[in-house]
Design a protein around this ligand. Sequence first.
Ligand code: CP
Ligand code: NVA
Length: 325
Amino acid sequence: MSNATNLNTTGFSKQPQLSGKDFLSLTDYQADEILYLLEEAKKLKALQKQGKPHQYLNGKVLGMIFEKSSTRTRVSFEVGMLQLGGHAIFLSPRDMQLGRGESISDTAKVLSRYIDCIMIRTFSHETVKELADNATVPIINGLTDLHHPCQAMADLLTILEHKGRFSGLKLCYLGDGNNNMAHSLMEGAAKVGMDISIASPPGYLPNGKIIEASIKAGKQTGSTIMITNDPVEAIKDADVVVTDVWTSMGQEEEAAVRLKAFQAFQVNTELCKHAKKDYIFLHCLPAHRGEEVTAEIIDGPHSVVFDEAENRLHAQKAILKLLLE
Ligand code: CP
Ligand code: NVA
């Protein structure tokens, strides 16, 4: 596909072959694969809303390793597997031998003998890659310091539901440009042909390699990428306004410095006056009202954060179905 205007989300003649593939970052996925996953998510959501059975993963088991806290990821994956006819096992490194020094590679090889897929939330992205290199079952990234692709898929689904398209839209992300959400949204927007602007203070700009890969992907779809220190320039005429916490998990010691550095990037009524009148507001949650976003915005009429949270379930069910079928 060469142009964003050619990208549509319906009428795919051929299902992309995703069976057995890992889901580590959106860079690893083609535009048509991402769009297909979103179509599948819509179908699964409709089936669930109509109360129709959709047990495509009967007897399949997902192992979920969490080295960081989670509400949405844990519950949506567990419920998703149940609704698909399978089962999920919560694996805490506190209880596993992994927490006592057993290697990631041995853990990957052993778990691959029992279960059909592993979801992991951890710190270093290298850990997820090592798990994927050594497992014989698909690995899903449930968040690393570098990427949060499942959340980005839920965000894309939410944008599609509320705006009906990607082409011609501008997504503005304000705050920590060097975190997992900024990276995965940049990759996702570039792949689906949506423009993206990221405004962050100096020292908190996105990872250079991810910018490069996104620019390359954007050239295929017509998506433009703007990285700036100016929040007003970034949010101007935005259709979608996104932020995330200023201090991500694992950065707690830097919280005071970050609180100061990000003040001008708070999503508030004044700043949002520069967005389009019908903009939608997204936040992956958990949120800190009064820090990265005011209560007036996150609890206001433009906010779709709970649709977004719900869509974690539907987007991940599509990922699980296509990777495990
Ligand atoms: N958005 C998100 O990943 O939430 P949890 O940390 O609660 O899983
Ligand atoms: N950037 C946040 C996302 C939480 C879902 C973090 O990594 O803590």
